[in-house]
Ligand binder design. Structure first.
Ligand SMILES: NC(=O)c1ccc[n+]([C@@H]2O[C@H](COP(=O)([O-])OP(=O)(O)OC[C@H]3O[C@@H](n4cnc5c(N)ncnc54)[C@H](O)[C@@H]3O)[C@@H](O)[C@H]2O)c1
Length: 332
């Protein structure tokens, strides 16, 4: 039996991890979220109806809130954060404030937990962006590349900076207070309930509209490649990283390097899955967009034995199954 806290539990990855962990009825899971982005939708309600899941609405930037939480957690998955390009551009102050303060308060609280076996901190592939831009990185990119910041004055830098700071909190609280910590760096995770401001759901709408209007679809950076990871693989990898002895004190990429595809290939694949006949119009490369982005996944495989198994075709089909009735009710 394990007692588990999931911060950001109403969000995309947090709720998917909860759904998987709750299948084991010996697990008792507490979700915390302030609904700044997570939604109180049918998927959340279904998970909250399970007898081994409890929801607590609260703000992790409120120090007093932590005094209301139980002290018996074995595992903590720290997923809560302010994310997304729009937030980064419009609310860089919130990105810095929430991502730093929530993580500091969580580790301060964790110092007092008698049974804690692990905190898993969710970091990001964005953390490699400064190095990639200014010095170049090997692709597939391993966890060992030195980290560099892009322009410190730019709001765009706030997200990667906040995640670097979070990783540093994890390592330094681990060293000083013996708090077992694992850092995972997610790479392009997609799937049902990820909102509408990501490339896959965005493409569902754009391709549907282009097909309906007989218009060519503009594809920017058409030859640039990316590697997408289906949520089910990301969830299984995350749980293994949190529970395995061998991942304690480690940074691990979570992604899927087995199908690195160009942006244009993704667009055409999605169109095929939607049964939409479209023409595409190649556009210039977006300034700053890296030509290749793909994680080196050998460390995850070596430490946990896990390799992703959901193909891009199958993952997009499963994602569309969830989105197809919701395309007109888009929300963030
Ligand atoms: N989705 C990806 O591909 C991806 C990639 C890289 C990193 N990550 C990281 O993984 C984590 C989860 O990402 P996601 O896609 O599920 O994001 P998400 O926005 O769906 O989930 C984050 C949740 O945190 C909650 N939250 C924000 N501030 C809070 C606060 N002060 N108190 C309580 N709850 C708060 C939000 O309401 C939201 O439900 C994030 O830390 C993100 O940086 C995700």
């Amino acid at each position: 039996m394990a007692t588990i806290l999931i911060t950001g539990g109403a969000g995309f990855i947090g709720l998917a991890i909860t759904t998987q962990l709750a299948r084991n009825t010996a697990n008792h899971i507490t979700l915390v979220d302030n609904f700044s982005r997570g939604k109180e939708d049918a998927d959340l309600q279904a998970v909250l109806s399970l007898p081994n899941v409890t929801f607590v609405q609260g703000d992790l930037t409120d120090a007093a809130f932590f005094q209301t939480l139980p002290m018996n957690f074995d595992y903590i998955y720290h997923l809560a954060a302010v994310i997304g390009v729009r937030n980064v551009l419009e609310n860089p102050d919130k990105v810095l404030f929430v991502n730093a303060i929530s993580t500091l308060y969580l580790y301060e609280y964790a110092k007092k937990l008698p049974n804690l076996k692990r905190i898993l901190f969710s970091s990001t592939s964005e953390i490699y962006a400064g190095t990639m831009k200014h010095f170049g990185v090997p692709v597939p990119t391993p966890e060992t590349v030195p980290l560099a910041l892009d322009d410190i004055a730019s709001p765009r830098t706030t997200y990667m900076l906040s995640k670097m700071y979070g990783e540093s909190i994890g390592f330094n609280y681990a060293a000083k207070y013996g708090i077992p910590t694992t850092i995972v760096r997610y790479h392009n995770v997609y799937g049902p309930r990820m909102g509408f401001l990501h490339v896959v759901p965005e493409m569902f709408i754009k391709i549907r509209d282009a097909a309906a209007n007989g218009m060519a679809l503009d594809v920017f950076s058409p030859t640039h490649t990316r590697a997408f990871c289906y949520i089910e693989d990301a969830v299984n990898a995350t749980i293994l990283c949190c529970e395995s002895e061998r991942t304690n004190g480690e940074i691990v990429n979570i992604g899927n390097a087995s199908e690195e595809v160009s942006i244009k290939e993704v667009v055409l694949k999605i169109a095929g899955i939607l049964g939409a006949t479209i023409t595409t119009n190649d556009q210039p490369d977006t300034p700053g967009s890296p030509a290749r982005r793909c994680p080196d996944m050998s460390k995850l495989k070596e430490l946990t034995g896990f390799a992703p198994s959901v193909s891009l075709e199958s993952g997009i089909r499963r994602t569309f199954e969830w989105y197809k009735d919701k395309l007109d009710k888009r929300h963030e």
